[in-house]
Design a protein around this ligand. Structure first.
Ligand SMILES: Cc1cc2nc3c(=O)[nH]c(=O)nc-3n(C[C@H](O)[C@H](O)[C@H](O)COP(=O)(O)OP(=O)(O)OC[C@H]3O[C@@H](n4cnc5c(N)ncnc54)[C@H](O)[C@@H]3O)c2cc1C
Length: 428
């Protein structure tokens, strides 16, 4: 039986473990936290959205960042500390915002997202995971005709790759999602994406970890990666603070920390954190809530309904690895609730709520890294599943299936080329 040790028990690591276990591998998952999904996979917006395949470094990003420099109310904020701590990445992130790279990343992300939702559906049939899943689509609402036109142009581009969408006027949007009735006059229209779905990523991870354990997988929590281990010139495993791990394959799925772990190998993974925030609001006693996720394009945020709560999430901040919660950024999310659900906002915001900040592992070219780092070379055993940015929940099952197939030298249902980990740079 082949063995794999996976570094990271977030969405990427757990799904990698599951996809390998399904193929008969003996899997061990190692994480520095005391339980699964306590990193970025803890309280994300919960949306499974092939419709949002566009990378965030779009051709309009640079003018936007410059115009909004230092403004706490801006949806995408560049902080000086973040810029200096990841200058090379920031430069590449902006370089990749040209039209050709943007288009390439949109299409690569969409292919993977669509495939990933098919895989997730398959897993759901096999495992019956409990994560408050809803398959009702998502709705993007617009307060500005220009923004709607831009989103329609992207939807049109992706429709040739299989995206379904319907353009709605304000009345049709309210008919589909009555919770929007109070803001109908403010809307110029909406787009509904029927293939999108949603679910609580943390519950999914917990449920998946339980299944992996029941099927013989091993979890080692509270173990921090320390150093790589070698047999001669060949990388054979790694040591944590308390154990040594050697295996036929090592999968690096440590989210924003993946680049740090590769540094001692002289490898530069162009992935850095983009901070985001969420609020989870208790819905007890609140009626007329949305049934599906609603994305407000003008306010750059989303509201996702779960069984007994609403998740409000959004904003992007290049601020290095700093996880502190800036009150003004959380205030932006409260404002989003007031502007999207004015009738229910005050009750929702006085109910109990939990605040959270997480670091999206964002690649400079907007595409995740999946596959072997150095096939046939000294790091032959090392594989990556990292850098999924704002799409880590959407991409998780498909990335893992693609990786596992590749690890067995098989081709997956879609080509792995666009995501190849050979994009990792080698320092001179
Ligand atoms: C506000 C917000 C909203 C989002 N909304 C969505 C959404 O709606 N849809 C979507 O698709 N995506 C969304 N995302 C993105 C998604 O949540 C991430 O892409 C995803 O969680 C990344 O998963 P991961 O497994 O790569 O990283 P993580 O979840 O961070 O997992 C990495 C794990 O590695 C462990 N680790 C790190 N370093 C070490 C070490 N040295 N030793 C041992 N263990 C280590 C960590 O403890 C952690 O558990 C959102 C993100 C944010 C912040």
């Amino acid at each position: 039986m082949s063995t794999a040790v996976i570094i990271g028990a977030g969405l990427a690591g757990l799904c990698s473990a599951r996809a390998l276990q399904k193929r008969g591998w003996q899997v061990t998952v190692v994480d520095s936290n005391p339980a699964a999904a306590l990193g970025t996979s803890f309280a994300n917006a919960g949306m499974l959205t092939p419709s949002m395949a566009d990378p965030w470094n779009n051709p309009e990003l640079l003018p936007y960042l410059l115009k909004n420099l230092g403004q706490e109310s801006s949806s995408f904020l560049l902080r000086a500390g973040g810029l200096f701590s990841s200058a090379a990445w920031s430069l590449r992130f902006l370089q990749h915002s040209n039209r050709a790279d943007y288009r390439h990343a949109c299409e690569a992300n969409f292919r993977l997202a669509k495939y990933s939702l098919e895989c997730l559906q398959q897993w759901q049939q096999e495992l019956g995971l409990e994560f408050e899943q809803r398959q009702l689509g998502t709705m993007k609402i617009f307060r500005d005709a220009d923004q709607q036109q831009k989103s329609l142009a992207l939807a049109e581009q992706l429709s040739s790759h299989g995206l379904d969408y319907s353009a709605l006027d304000a009345a049709a949007a309210v008919a589909k999602e009555p919770a929007l009735a109070a803001i109908e006059q403010e809307l110029v229209g909406a787009i509904w994406y029927p293939q999108d779905s949603s679910g609580n990523a943390h519950l999914f991870c917990r449920s998946l970890a339980e299944r992996i354990t029941n099927d013989g997988g091993r979890f080692c929590y509270g173990e921090n990666f320390r150093r790589w281990r070698w047999q001669g010139r060949k990388l054979s495993g790694f040591s944590s603070n308390s154990n040594d791990y050697d295996a036929d394959a090592i999968v690096l799925a440590a989210g924003c920390n993946s680049p740090k772990l590769l540094q001692s190998l002289g490898l530069e993974l162009m992935v850095r954190p983009i901070k985001g925030y969420s609020l989870t609001l208790d819905c007890t006693g609140v009626s007329s809530l949305p049934q599906q996720p609603i994305i407000d394009e003008a306010l750059h945020g989303a509201i996702t309904p779960f069984d007994n709560s609403l998740r409000v999430a959004g904003t992007a901040e290049i601020a290095g690895y700093n996880l502190s919660k800036t009150p003004a950024r959380l205030q932006n999310l409260r404002q989003l609730v007031r502007q999207m659900l004015p009738a229910q906002a005050e009750t929702l915001l006085t109910n109990e709520q939990s605040e959270w900040a997480g670091l999206r592992p964002m690649s400079a070219d907007g595409i995740p890294y999946i596959g072997p780092v150095d096939r046939g070379g000294d790091y032959d055993r090392l594989y990556l599943n990292s850098g999924h940015g704002h799409l880590g929940w959407t991409h998780c099952a498909g990335s893992a299936e693609l990786l596992a197939a590749n690890m067995e030298n098989k081709s997956g249902n879609i080509s792995i080329d666009a995501y190849a980990a050979k994009r990792v740079l080698r320092r001179a």
